[in-house]
Design a protein around this ligand. Structure first.
Ligand SMILES: *[C@@H]1O[C@H](CO)[C@@H](O)[C@H](O)[C@H]1NC(C)=O
Ligand SMILES: *[C@@H]1O[C@H](CO)[C@@H](O)[C@H](O)[C@H]1NC(C)=O
Length: 459
């Protein structure tokens, strides 16, 4: 019966899809050092923890008298100053972030020993250690819980005006603070971490405009995970055109390459990049006269067309002005290979002339399949791709005047595209692909690596 039940469970689990179809265009590995910087900034340098420790009131400390000592009571004990010189982070695989905050608290109160009442200052060093766990993931957000919070007290210094203090007061204070501080400090860590979490989540979930073409909606695709070496984040990037339709991509998370000694690794996937490229390269048709002002090889192209025209083509030898129309056909396709990125793109090249009666004589309609080399850079937090023409393959779509052999046109068409089309393409790409400001870690001194299907950014 037991065995059957077990089989039942395994069988049932086997029927579930392997993963719930998480899309991830972009993944990040954040090093412990980077997490430490991020959390130090958010918790200490922004004064968040100071703000939430303000007004801290510590329960009264009471000591029974003994033969040697008078009864002691310390009342109205409150925080007057806090210094937080140190925060450290350890990543615990499968658990989360272990945070240690070192703090120096200065407490002041009234001390009554026997009949003598005076001000007492207590300086206590404390290390607060807690595990911060992510939980309740839902549509890009999650909550954090603080677990296993410990307060370890270090040196205590006590000052009273009279200077009269016995060793036993020291012990009493240490014992009582050890008992009461965790219940005071751990909830503060919990509140602060919840606020920090909201603050940091906003860096992962953001809608960023891509010029006027549309937007990329970055969103955390699944709950963050920790290995001993990094904190892993998978983000989806939903690419939306103005007007609302989504350009789909099917990127899925994959194992991240090693982070080495870097702070942050960003991995962008090919399919996501293709969706963004389709958004950026929605170019209107380009129409212009075939004149040397627009294109330096205009006369040579005209001459080449005239040469290949059939003998009976009267329009071909005429002097009516020739026009050119360039139209992007289909979507560009980026291909990422080891140390190499290229884009494939097709352009229709129409050579035509307008007749006085408004009709169009289509000398040639050509299709140029371009292979473009990609250069990658990061400018102002945006990934900029610049393309250069590698090779062109030309084919004839149609000709109203009976041209059939276009083999001599290739060099003319290549220089036409280099001079008139590539600047338009690169102009459209120059606005760049906005990247999320992951945990506000600045993207400076970024190195790139291109692998099969991936671009890696190392900070
Ligand atoms: C607090 O942590 C620091 C750094 O880990 C350590 O040097 C110090 O001894 C600790 N203090 C106490 C009281 O545990
Ligand atoms: C096309 O023209 C080129 C150059 O004029 C010539 O070498 C080639 O054989 C021609 N091709 C065909 C299929 O006629």
């Amino acid at each position: 019966m037991m065995v059957l039940k077990l089989f039942g469970i395994i069988f049932f689990c086997g029927l579930l899809p392997p993963s719930q179809e998480v899309l991830s265009g972009l993944s990040c590995a954040v090093s412990p050092q980077a997490m430490q910087n991020v959390l130090s900034d958010a918790i200490i340098h922004n004064g968040l923890i100071h703000q939430h420790l303000q007004g801290l009131v510590v329960p009264n400390i009471m000591g029974e008298g003994s033969q040697l000592n008078s009864p002691t009571s310390i009342t109205d004990l409150h925080l007057i100053k806090v210094r937080v010189p140190r925060l450290s982070v350890v990543l615990l695989p499968g658990i989360g972030v272990q945070l240690t905050i070192g703090a120096k608290l200065q407490l002041r109160g009234n001390c009554l020993v026997g009949l003598l009442s005076e001000l007492i200052d207590i300086l206590v060093e404390v290390n607060i250690t807690a595990n911060i766990k992510c939980t309740n993931f839902e549509s890009g957000t999650f909550q954090v819980v603080t677990e296993d919070c410990l307060c370890i007290l270090g040196a205590i210094k006590i000052k009273v005006l009279s200077g009269l203090l016995t060793l036993s007061v020291n012990e009493l204070v240490l014992r009582q603070l050890t008992a009461t501080l965790p219940a005071l400090l751990c909830p503060v860590v919990d509140i602060v971490m919840n606020l920090v979490n909201i603050h940091l989540l906003s860096t992962l979930n953001a809608v960023i405009p891509v010029g006027t073409a549309g937007t990329i909606h970055y969103q955390l695709a699944s709950i963050p995970y920790t290995s001993g070496k990094f904190l892993g984040l998978d983000l989806d990037g939903v690419v939306k055109q103005v007007g609302g339709s989504t350009i789909p991509h099917d990127s899925s998370p994959s194992a991240l390459p090693p982070l080495m000694d870097r702070l942050l690794l960003l991995v962008m996937r090919q399919s996501f990049l293709n969706a963004v490229l389709s958004l950026l390269l929605q170019l209107p048709p380009q129409t212009f006269p075939c004149t040397p002002e627009v294109f330096s090889g205009a006369s040579r192209l005209r001459e080449a067309v005239r040469t290949i025209a059939p003998a009976g083509c009267s329009a071909c030898s005429g002097t009516s002005p020739l026009s050119i129309k360039l139209v992007l056909r289909g979507n560009p396709l980026i291909l990422l290979e080891e140390n190499k990125a290229s884009v494939k793109l097709s352009v229709l090249i129409q050579l035509f002339s307008n007749h006085l009666d408004g009709s169009i004589l289509n000398f040639l309609l050509l299709k140029a399949d371009l292979a473009l080399n990609v250069r990658v850079s990061i400018v102002g937090g945006r990934l900029v791709l610049q393309l250069a023409l590698g090779s062109t393959s030309l084919s004839l779509e149609s000709s109203d005047v009976g041209i059939s052999n276009i083999s001599t046109l290739k060099p003319h068409c290549s220089s036409l595209l280099v001079e008139t089309f590539m600047p338009v393409i690169n102009g459209a790409l120059s606005m760049g692909i906005p990247l999320p400001k992951v945990l506000r870690i600045p993207l400076v001194n970024v190195d790139f690596q291109i692998k099969a299907g991936l671009i890696l950014f190392l900070v």
